[in-house]
Structure formats: C-alpha cells, structure tokens
Write a protein that binds this ligand. Structure first.
Ligand SMILES: C[S@@+](CC[C@H](N)C(=O)[O-])C[C@H]1O[C@@H](n2cnc3c(N)ncnc32)[C@H](O)[C@@H]1O
Ligand SMILES: [Zn+2]
Length: 270
C-alpha cells in the first residue's frame, strides 16, 4: 500500500526492504517500520516529537487513562467502511493499535514524522503480533499513499490537511479527527497558572469535507506521582510553564482533572 516518496510508484517487499519498479529502495527496520521521509526535504532524525516526549506519552497512554476516547475512535472506525485505514500523526501507536485490534480484517497504517515515535509504535505492534498494522516515518503533508486508496483517515491531536487527506481517501471516504475541547485538563492548568484559559474551539479548514457526526467525550482522571509529570510532558504547557510552577507540579502527589475531547467525523465530498 505504501508508495515510493521519490517517484510515486507502489512499493513491494524485497528481502528486508521495500522497493519500487524504479529500484528506489527503503530498508525495513528490525521492528518492522520503514522510513519514507526523504532527506532531501526533511531531517528525519530531528522531525516531530523527541524521545523524551515520546517516552512520557507512551508511559501515560499505556496505562489506559484515555481509554474511553480510544474505544470511541476504534468504534467509529469500525462503523465506517474500513478496509484500509491510515492514522496520520500516529505517535507511539496507542490509538492505531486499538483501531487495528478492532478491525482485524482491515489493513491499518500509521505514519508519523517522528522516527522515535514510529520506532516505539512498530516495536509494540511486533510485540502484540499485529499483522494487519504497518508503520512508516512520513509527513502528513506528503502521505506515502496513492490517490483514492484509503477508506478512513484518522488524525488524533495531529496535523490536519485538507488536500492530502482528500487525495488519498476514496470517494465518500471517512475522516476522523480527535481534538481537545474547552475544558480539557482545566484543573492541571489551574494548578499551573493564576489565570488559566479554557481552550479555544478547534477550527479546521476542510473545504473538501462535510461534517457527518460529532461526539464530545468528557471524563475525569485521577493521577498519582510520575503519571502527573508524564501527562504534563504531553501537553503544550510543557514548553511554556515557568520553572517555579513546574517545581510545584513535581511535588504534587495527586491530581484529579477533567479530560474533554471531541471526535468529529467528516465525509469526503463526492
Ligand atoms: C500530540 S502528538 C499525537 C500522537 C498520537 N496521535 C496520540 O494521540 O498519541 C502529535 C504527533 O504528530 C506528529 N507530527 C507533527 N507534525 C507532523 C507531520 N507533518 N506529519 C506527520 N506527523 C506529524 C508528531 O511527531 C506527534 O507524534
Ligand atoms: Zn521510486
């Protein structure tokens, strides 16, 4: 299903690599992912989330704190035509793996620009023997898939691009976007800042799509010790919080906070 990022032809397995008919060749790593990010355009070593963020997010998500969201996303994929599913900006593959387990008869692909994240995701897929799940390092703005080749595109807290998602989706294909809502982690923000703001509404420029369904998912989580700092490291506040507030958070034993998300389902215009 992956296409060559150099010439656009289909890639086929060839020993421990994927190759196109023009002999462009991409090694498959030991854990099973392929790097399709060409150095001509990006620096694959330093793109996307770094190792520290990847570890924090993986440790947090593996404890299933966001399970209600993951289950809703997997159910939404299952209720659509789902022969071929692409998770764009898949990170460490927490949601990708839940999706792949829900639709074992489908082919599920995860792509992310961060090599650290994809490497983690591929190792987890190998460990769980997920044969319907494949990963590549690639950009959401230059997806390594042919036109009209995917039934579902998923983007969970990841970049959203009208043109690439519309290009790879089949007619009337499904786009599922998960995003934070106004009250997401408000108690965490209240602990860090004197005047915490609610999140602004998410606005997506998707002229080739129309909204088909939308569901708000809100639930409370209670965190102790290291889980609090792992959650913090997953957020944008990680980079913009004063040192003094971070110190206070490091000394916090217990945090109860609201998780507030929307899962928006779009259909590609016919
Ligand atoms: C907030 S994380 C979400 C990861 C995952 N979907 C999750 O929710 O666990 C955003 C992800 O988007 C990736 N990302 C950022 N820019 C990207 C791009 N241009 N193409 C693909 N992935 C990108 C980052 O590397 C990161 O893994
Ligand atoms: Zn090629």
């Amino acid at each position: 299903m992956f296409i060559c990022p150099v010439c656009g032809l289909s890639l086929f397995p060839d020993a421990n690599s994927l190759k196109c008919k023009n002999n462009h060749c991409f090694d498959v790593s030991k854990s099973g992912y392929v790097n399709l990010l060409t150095t001509a355009k990006h620096n694959p070593k330093n793109s996307g989330d770094n190792a520290e963020m990847v570890t924090a997010r993986a440790q947090f998500l593996e404890k299933d704190f966001y399970l209600p969201l993951a289950e809703h996303i997997a159910d939404t994929v299952k209720s659509a035509n789902h022969k071929t599913v692409v998770d764009c900006g898949c990170g460490e593959g927490y949601y990708t793996c839940k999706i792949a387990k829900a639709v074992l008869d489908s082919s599920v692909f995860g792509i992310d620009i961060s090599k650290h994240a994809v490497s983690h995701a591929a190792k987890a897929a190998k460990k769980h023997r997920m044969s319907n799940l494949k990963y590549a390092v690639a950009s959401a703005f230059e997806l390594p898939f042919a036109e009209n080749s995917a039934d579902v595109v998923v983007s969970v807290f990841a970049p959203v691009t009208n043109n690439e998602y519309a290009r790879i989706l089949k007619p009337h294909g499904t786009l599922i976007i998960a995003c934070p809502e106004s009250d997401h982690l408000f108690e965490l923000k209240s602990f860090l800042y004197e005047n915490p703001y609610k999140n602004k509404p998410n606005v997506y420029d998707l002229p080739d799509f129309k909204i088909y369904d939308s569901k708000r998912i809100s639930f409370e989580i209670e965190l102790f010790g290291h889980d609090i700092m792992n959650l913090f490291a997953m957020t944008p506040y990680f980079y913009k919080t004063p040192r003094e507030a971070i110190k206070r958070l490091e000394n916090l034993d217990r945090l109860k906070t609201l998780c507030d998300f929307s899962v928006i389902v779009y259909k590609l215009n016919g």
